[in-house]
Design a binder for this molecule. Structure first.
Ligand SMILES: C[S@@+](CC[C@H](N)C(=O)[O-])C[C@H]1O[C@@H](n2cnc3c(N)ncnc32)[C@H](O)[C@@H]1O
Length: 388
C-alpha cells in the first residue's frame, strides 16, 4: 500500500477517541463487531464517526470529491431530467445525504430557471456537521429560495415527487465475507494490543443466503479465499424508500456494477475503498473516524429490492450516458458567452465527470419509478437494465 499522509495532531486525537468508542462497542458485543457494525461505528458513532464528527470530508481540503463538487452542470443536468416528474406528479424533491449542499443549490437554480420549482426541497442528512454547512451554502447562494428548503429528521411515511441521492448507497455500512472450504464465512473486527484486526466467524443466515443467491446468479461457486462485500443495509434502505414513494421517481447515483461484474472471479478482494486526504486505499481498520470507508454497490441487489418493494426499474446507465442524455451539450453551449476561464474550468469538470474508465463509467445512475411516471430520457440512452 502506498504511504498515506500522517494525520495532523487534531485528527490523531479524533481518531484515538473514535477507536476507543469502537473498542468499547466491541467489549459490549463480546469482543468483536461484525464488519457492517464496525463501519457503522467508524462513520456514524454520535459525535465521533467520520460523518457525524467534525472531519473535513468533502472537497479539495477534505478526503474526496464528488460529482456535484466537480461541476455545477451535474446538478443542472439532473434538474432538466426531474423537472417533468415534479410537474407531472405535483410533488416535492427529497435529497438524501446532501454533503456540502452543492447538489441542492445547483438543482434548485436550474429548476427555477425552468419554471419547475417544487413547493419544497427536502434534505435528509444524518450528519449534524454537514447539515450546518448545507444551511450556510444555501443561505449564501440561494437566499431567495431557502424558504422552500426543509431539513427532515427522518423519512416521511409517504412521498410524491423525486427522491434523489448521490453517493449515499456507498456510504451505508456493508458486510464482508470470505469463502473457506466452500462455505461463506463472515468477517468481524476485533482488537488486541496492536490495534484492530479482522476475524472470520460463522456467517449469519442473511449472509449465507445472500452468497447463495449470488452463486446462483453467476452459475458457479465463488473461488476459495474470495473476499467481497454485501450491501444488505443499502438494499433494505432502497426497499424502504420505494415503499414510501407513492408516485414519482427514486434516482440514485453511485459507484457500482451489475452482479456478474461485481462478483467476477478476478475481483477476489472486493470493492472496499477508503479515502484519506485524496489517497485511496483498502485498509478500513486504519484511521477510524477520520477516513471515509465505502464500497461499490451491487446494483442488481438494489434493483431487486426496488422491484420487490413495488417499484419498476426506469433505467440503469453510466453517469456519462446520463449526462449526455440529459442535455450536457446544451448546458455547455449556454456557456458560450461566459469568460474563457469559466469555459475552461467547466470543460475540465465535464471531462472528469464523463471520463471512461473513471467516474464517467464507474458511477451509474439508476432510476426506479412508482405510479404513472414517464421515464426521464437520460435513463434511456444506452440503458443497461438488461445486465442487472
Ligand atoms: C459520500 S457522501 C456524499 C455527499 C453528497 N451527496 C455529494 O455528492 O457530495 C455520503 C453522504 O450520505 C449520508 N448518508 C449516509 N447514510 C444515509 C442515510 N441513511 N440517509 C441519508 N443520508 C445518509 C452521509 O451522512 C453523507 O452525507
Amino acid at each position: 500500500m502506498p504511504a498515506l499522509p500522517e494525520p495532523d495532531p487534531y485528527s490523531l486525537i479524533q481518531t484515538e477517541a473514535a477507536a476507543k468508542a469502537i473498542r468499547e462497542a466491541m467489549d459490549r458485543a463480546g469482543g468483536a463487531l461484525d464488519f457492517a457494525s464496525y463501519v457503522h461505528e467508524a462513520l456514524y458513532a454520535p459525535g465521533l464517526g467520520y460523518y457525524t464528527g467534525s472531519a473535513r470530508k468533502l472537497g479539495s481540503e477534505g478526503d474526496f470529491v464528488t460529482a456535484p463538487e466537480i461541476s455545477d452542470l451535474f446538478g443542472h443536468c439532473i434538474a432538466r431530467q426531474i423537472a417533468p416528474v415534479i410537474e407531472a406528479t405535483g410533488g416535492n424533491v427529497l435529497e438524501f445525504g446532501p454533503g456540502r449542499g452543492t447538489l441542492a443549490v445547483t438543482v434548485l437554480e436550474r429548476l427555477e430557471s425552468l419554471g419547475a420549482l417544487p413547493d419544497e426541497y427536502q434534505l435528509l442528512e444524518v450528519s449534524p456537521d454537514l447539515a450546518e454547512r448545507q444551511r450556510a451554502l444555501l443561505d449564501k447562494r440561494l437566499p431567495h429560495l431557502v424558504d422552500r428548503v426543509r431539513w427532515l429528521d427522518g423519512l416521511p411515511d409517504a412521498f410524491t415527487g423525486v427522491m434523489l441521492g448521490n453517493e449515499v448507497l456507498d456510504a451505508i455500512p456493508f458486510d464482508r465475507f470470505v469463502k473457506r472450504a466452500g462455505q461463506a464465512r463472515q468477517l468481524y473486527v476485533t482488537y488486541d494490543d496492536s490495534g484492530f484486526a479482522l476475524q472470520e466467524r460463522e456467517a449469519s443466515d442473511a449472509i449465507v443466503s445472500a452468497v447463495n443467491a449470488i452463486e446462483a446468479t453467476i452459475g458457479e461457486p465463488l473461488p476459495e479465499g474470495y473476499v467481497s462485500e454485501l450491501c444488505l443495509a443499502a438494499k433494505a434502505w432502497t426497499a424502504d424508500l420505494v415503499q414510501r414513494l407513492d408516485h414519482g421517481l427514486l434516482l440514485l447515483f453511485d459507484y457500482g456494477a451489475d452482479r456478474r461484474s461485481y462478483f467476477a472471479s478476478e475481483r477476489s478482494d472486493g470493492w472496499l475503498r477508503c479515502h484519506f486526504r485524496h489517497h485511496a486505499h483498502n485498509d478500513a481498520l486504519l484511521y477510524s473516524g477520520i477516513q471515509d470507508i465505502t464500497t461499490w454497490i451491487d446494483f442488481t441487489a438494489i434493483a431487486e429490492a426496488a422491484v420487490d418493494a413495488g417499484g419498476e426499474v426506469g433505467g440503469y446507465v453510466t453517469q456519462s450516458h446520463f449526462l449526455m442524455g440529459a442535455g450536457l451539450d446544451e448546458e455547455l453551449a449556454a456557456l458560450a458567452d461566459a469568460p474563457l476561464e469559466k469555459q475552461m474550468e467547466t470543460a475540465a469538470g465535464i471531462r472528469t465527470l464523463t471520463l471512461p474508465g473513471e467516474m464517467g463509467e464507474h458511477i451509474k445512475a439508476a432510476g426506479f419509478l412508482k405510479g404513472d411516471v414517464t421515464v426521464p430520457p437520460a435513463l434511456s440512452l444506452m440503458d443497461r437494465t438488461h445486465v442487472l
